[in-house]
Design a protein. Structure first.
Length: 323
């Protein structure tokens, strides 16, 4: 069935790939973005498609549209960017959720919240399961994002319980792939950009902290599967790759694949930076019949190829905090 679908944050890294997939599937797609950490070029190839529309708008302000489904991806996701204006970050998560849930209630639309593994904080349970309530510092420098996403989940569940809104909640773990913003401040894009320029690769701490990296195509497939699963399951559900790597292993793999002459340099670990991150995806396997397929080396090779195909001068750092 053809749906009218709103994607907030639709010109971002994941949002643009989601829009592309939905447009290719024949749906009528409205991409909404304020272009803080995204670029119009991410979706420029879709502008000529008759079933695609682009709106510049900020989700902290109300908007009135008639849609069948809403994917809420709007929020800066890299620490340097969400810490640049922390009040704006938490307003995006909280007020954005309120505005979009109100629209979903009025339209009778199904709405999906792109939450995050950061709701688990620096976890005391490993790997992280959806029933784990997290270990988050509510007054730390990452709280604007972590707690904003946690409150958004609260709002989604309360609108569901109190008003019968048809919701879905996913918790996204580290994702990478072509069309990442080169200056988004995330570890994969930082390492690739530094490696291709043969610059020192900056590792915070000793590089022993771990992450689990999910390729963008796998993540988008999981997101769409969750949106379209039967109404008996609303989540939250972890969407990510359960294979765990240290940050040092990631850096060494990027150097190897890119043929870089870069050396590793080490700086102090930022405050509240999680030391371990790995999803338990048993629930996604059971409820969505989903698990990632792309292995890290293959996905990194594709991402490096894309970075080599672009001009860095075509991209502006959204904030000064991208190194």
């Amino acid at each position: 069935m053809i749906q009218r679908i709103l994607v907030t944050g639709g010109a971002g890294f994941l949002g643009s790939h989601l829009c592309e997939r939905l447009v290719d599937d024949g749906h009528d797609v409205i991409c909404l973005d304020n272009f803080f950490t995204s670029q119009k070029s991410n979706v420029s190839h879709l502008l000529g498609r008759p079933n695609f529309e682009l709106l510049r708008h900020d989700v902290t302000l109300p908007i009135f549209l008639e849609v069948d489904q809403i994917y809420n991806l709007a929020c800066p996701a890299a620490p340097g960017h969400y810490q640049y204006n922390p009040i704006k970050t938490i307003k995006t998560s909280v007020m954005g959720a309120i505005n979009l849930l109100g629209m979903a209630k009025r339209c009778g639309a199904r709405i999906l919240q792109a939450s995050t593994s950061e709701v688990y904080g620096d976890p005391e349970v490993h790997p992280q399961v959806e029933s784990y309530r997290g270990s988050v510092n509510p007054i730390g420098i990452r709280a604007c994002y972590d707690e904003g996403k946690r409150v958004a989940e609260t709002l989604f569940m309360d609108y569901h319980r109190s008003n019968g809104v048809d919701i879905r909640i996913i918790r996204i773990f580290n994702t990478y792939g072509p069309r990442m913003h080169p200056f988004d401040g995330r570890v994969v894009s930082n390492f690739i950009r530094q490696a291709l320029n043969h610059e020192p690769i900056t590792i915070f701490g000793e590089g022993t902290q771990t992450r689990s990296f999910c390729y963008r195509d796998d993540l988008v497939s999981g997101m769409i599967s969750m949106m379209n699963v039967g109404s008996g399951f609303v989540g939250p559900v972890n969407i990510g790759n359960p294979i765990e790597f240290t940050i040092r292993e990631l850096a060494e793999t990027v150097i190897d694949l890119s043929g870089s002459r870069s050396e590793l340099v080490f700086e102090p670990l930022p405050s509240d930076d999680p030391t371990r991150r790995r999803p338990d995806i048993s629930l996604a396997k059971e409820k969505l019949d989903w698990e990632p397929k792309m292995m890290l080396r293959e996905g990194l090779a594709k991402t490096i190829d894309w970075f080599q195909s672009i001009q860095l001068s075509d991209y502006r750092p959204p904030t000064p905090n991208y190194k």
